[in-house]
Design a protein around this ligand. Structure first.
Ligand code: ADP
Length: 205
């Protein structure tokens, strides 16, 4: 099962991806997490992208495409994966298609979480407050100013990715404002609907 999870920042992609991982026994490939790891361990690409991420802008396509292309070759991704936070531009979506094609594989479905912007701003404030309350580190890009930039970037560069997949017949949209469990069920149902029936038994826990 090869999935892409789309949606604006703060839509709950991370939470839902974790649940889909359990359901389908596939790894979650989050470019945000991978890039943050690269920054923490001060690799060459980490040093290159730190300031871009802190500003809430997108790191260059070639950086994320090579991160993802390497990651999908790991053995745990042989039977599938869920991409979280990638692709974020039409250029990345095209590059992903090329990377999959050379491996003789393709996406089964693209699932989008739809959440309006006011709800997103409330959520992001809540996320930062909760982390601060628990004494956990607050993401440097989880403050209202940077978050506005992330939303603008999403509107301008990532929203067109929705159309890219819609026109290829791969897109399903789920209302991300519903309770968490209901969203998970909605996403799971869309993913299952995209699978050929003979594959369902072997892919689902
Ligand atoms: P969000 O909560 O906004 O979905 P992520 O954890 O997915 O955040 O990403 C955090 C930051 O990492 C982004 O704002 C961007 O700077 C960078 N990033 C992550 N994925 C990509 C990508 N596919 N293309 C470009 N930049 C990315």
């Amino acid at each position: 099962m090869r999935l892409v999870l789309l949606g604006p920042p703060g839509a709950g992609k991370g939470t839902q991806a974790t649940r889909i991982v359990d359901r389908f026994c596939i790894p979650q490939l989050s470019t945000g997490d991978m890039l943050r790891e690269a920054v923490t361990s001060s690799t060459a690409s980490g040093l290159r992208v730190k300031h871009i991420m802190d500003r809430g802008e997108l790191v260059p396509d070639d950086v994320v495409v090579s991160v993802i292309a390497n990651r999908i070759d790991h053995s745990d991704a042989a039977n599938g994966f869920i991409l979280d936070g990638f692709p974020r531009t039409v250029g990345q979506a095209e590059a992903l298609d090329r990377e999959l094609a050379v491996r003789g594989i393709k996406l089964d479905a693209v699932l989008e979480l739809e959440v309006d912007e006011d709800a997103l701003l409330d959520r992001i404030r809540g996320r930062a407050e909760e982390a601060a309350r628990k004494g956990e580190p607050v993401r440097r890009d989880d403050n209202p100013e940077v978050f506005k930039t992330r939303l603008e970037v999403y509107r301008e560069q990532t929203a067109p990715v929705t159309e890219y997949y819609r026109s290829r017949g791969l897109l399903s949209i789920v209302d991300g404002l519903q309770p968490i469990d209901v969203v998970t069920e909605g996403l799971t149902a869309c993913a299952l609907a995209a699978l050929p029936s003979h594959q369902i038994r072997s892919d689902v826990r």
